[in-house]
Design a protein around this ligand. Structure first.
Ligand code: URA
Length: 217
């Protein structure tokens, strides 16, 4: 089931039992790094199924062992998966398994201690022409990184119409920020949590996704 919200018209929460069960395991602080990484990849794969539901289709003449047929295939639109470094890498793995022909870009952002705003330090993207860009970052907390990453794509000629944002857990504050800056970019989440705490962590959340994914502190 896909949950939608009046306040957040671009947000879809993918409320599937498998996704929710796996997310609950990820939230548990006792879940070790190896399992956390595996679960994130599995959820990304399940979410990717829903996220790619409206890819345009066409038919292609093929021959089965019995006869010729016009077989349904995905039309020309190609896919690019773009993780925001570093936690986005864990979600990108699942999507790349689902769409192996997708190209992969990377956007690296760090948080400036004084301004508290994201600063771009690395951008490498595939050719934008005719491509749908799926931006991935597991935690949509303040929304500033996601919004800055979409700005980065825009600056390189990728319009909001060709961008989708896929995250795992969001705070309402973050959804509001992305939606205000990019009101037509669809946002896909596994859960919309309660709020951000004073350190900009999502509550209840799952802690620092990057640290839990890579086993760092
Ligand atoms: N980034 C994380 O990894 N976790 C949060 O809760 C917020 C931002």
């Amino acid at each position: 089931m896909v949950k939608t919200f009046k306040e957040f018209p671009t947000l879809s929460v993918l409320d599937h039992p498998l996704i929710q069960h796996k997310l609950s395991m990820m939230r548990d602080k006792a879940t070790p790094t190896t399992l956390f990484r595996q679960l994130l990849k599995e959820i990304a794969l399940l979410m990717g199924y829903e996220l790619t539901r409206d890819l345009p289709m066409t038919t292609q003449e093929i021959e089965t062992p019995l006869t010729k047929m016009a077989a349904p295939v995905i039309m020309g639109k190609k896919v690019a998966v773009v993780p925001i470094l570093r936690a986005g890498l864990g979600m990108a793995d699942g999507l790349m398994e689902l769409v192996p022909a997708a190209r992969m870009g990377h956007i690296g952002l760090y948080r400036d201690h004084e301004t508290k705003r994201p600063v771009e330090y690395f951008v490498k993207l595939p050719e934008p022409e005719g491509r749908i860009f799926i931006l991935v970052d597991p935690m949509l907390a303040t929304g500033h990184s996601a919004s800055a990453a979409i700005d980065t794509l825009n600056k390189r000629g990728i319009a909001d119409d060709n961008i989708r944002l896929m995250s795992l857990v969001a705070a309402p504050e973050g959804v509001r920020v992305v939606q205000a800056a990019h009101p037509t970019v669809p946002i896909f989440m596994a859960a919309l949590d309660s709020h951000l705490n004073e350190n900009a962590y999502i509550v209840p959340g799952l802690g620092d996704a990057g640290d839990r994914l890579f086993g760092t502190k």
